[in-house]
Design a protein around this ligand. Sequence first.
Ligand SMILES: Nc1ncnc2c1ncn2[C@@H]1O[C@H](COP(=O)(O)OP(=O)(O)OP(=O)(O)O)[C@@H](O)[C@H]1O
Ligand SMILES: [Mg+2]
Length: 501
Amino acid sequence: MRVSTKMTLGLSATCLVIAGLHGIMQLRQESQDLRKAVEKEIRLLGTSVKVAVENALRDRQFEDIQQTLDSLEVIDPTVDFLIFDRQKNLKAQSPGSALAGFPEQAGFETIATGRPVLRFDEGAGRGRVVLGLPLANQDGSPAGGLVLIRSLDELRRDLIDTRRGIVLSVILLVLATTALQFFLGIVYVTRPLTVMAKAMRKLRSGDLTAGLASSRHDEVGALAGEFDSLVADLRSARERIAREVESRNSLERGLQQVDKLVTIGQLSAGLAHEIGSPLQIMNGRARALLTRPHSPEDVRKNAEILADQTDRIARIVEQLLRFSRRRAVNLSETDLRRPVEAVLDLVDFSARRLGVSLELRCEERMPPAVLDVDQIQQVILNLLKNALEATPPGGKIAISIQRSVLEPREKGTRVPAARLVVEDSGCGMSPDVLDKLFEPFFTTRAAQGGTGLGLAVVKAIVLQHGGSVSAASTPERGSRFTVDLPLRRPEWEEKEQGEVA
Ligand SMILES: Nc1ncnc2c1ncn2[C@@H]1O[C@H](COP(=O)(O)OP(=O)(O)OP(=O)(O)O)[C@@H](O)[C@H]1O
Ligand SMILES: [Mg+2]
């Protein structure tokens, strides 16, 4: 129910009660006034007739009394008279008046007490007022009683008219109040509230231009003013947040730059060591070949060592190039299954040779992820190579693709993602190794020609895709690498596209 309707009903009910009570009181007052008027009238009439009757009684002119009563009957037939002597015998009466018990009693009472008696006799279908007046002789001794009986029908009719008038005015008052209140409710409550609700809905849908600009000087105007200043505050808060987000983004970009520099620093330190040691070996072998005479077998051995070390340097350089080149990514919406199957085809032969089984599980109806196929192939290849190197014959590598959600790095919205999990039943890793896993040049397989760049490359590529990579492992049980790639374009990519457009 609308507020204005509730207020209208409340006010109408109050008005009805007040006007009703007032009407009842007015009716009661009216009734009393009418009674008083009737009483006064009958007393006046009674007193005049009493004098006339007493004079006639004194002169023993009983016919005169009857004549007077007959003339009075003609003038006002609504009043009847009864005249009793001292012994309570009826001496005269108005024509047509009936001797009913009640007026007779009043006559007897006034004869007995010598005082006037006034009685109202109102019952079902009957209404009359009876006045008994004592009659006295010239010497003041009691001579009898005069009884006046007046019908109250006229008074009743007046009262019914008054009641009708009061009920009508109460109804009119309530109707007028209801209509006025309803109109005022609509104008001052419903309409401004509806406008306000509309503005709030606009505000909720993000439209911060929603204002009320009310010119009213009442509470509703004050509320509208508060609403407008709330909208203005929200607008400036939104602008401030946008500025803060922009400055945070530029800070993040700066940090990424610093991160790159740190990585390059780590790379150069590691590079000096990684390339330095094979170079030293090569240098030693080459000098040995130069200074000492050698058997062909010795020369072959040294040449083999030189070839191995140059191969190692070549591998480091190749990986390093991949790591540092960071060519512009070429993102497209692709089913993650495609690069995974391509890499599985590539490593299938080596896996069979090593006696390791490969298993691929893929969730039904996977939406495409936004990725650079070449680079993601590199990620999958590096992970699978590591898994193959860690898994003994008879072991198993399970690859799965499923839906997931990328948790924002700081505050931000969660992004739907495609998840690639590479899980092996290999040797696993100690917590120490797990800690340094993604650092460039960190390797436990240097002896087998590992460069320690494989996972650094994985991390660089995944981050460039706006994704995340993590590892979990239990020594002697196996390891699990989880890569999440967003299904939507990363923010920087969207911006770049916008700029190109
Ligand atoms: N699936 C795995 N199981 C156990 N250890 C692993 C696994 N993957 C990586 N590691 C550990 O992480 C180290 C770093 O791996 P990363 O791929 O970066 O370098 P690498 O494999 O040693 O060298 P490269 O990849 O150049 O051949 C590895 O030396 C190994 O100790
Ligand atoms: Mg590796």
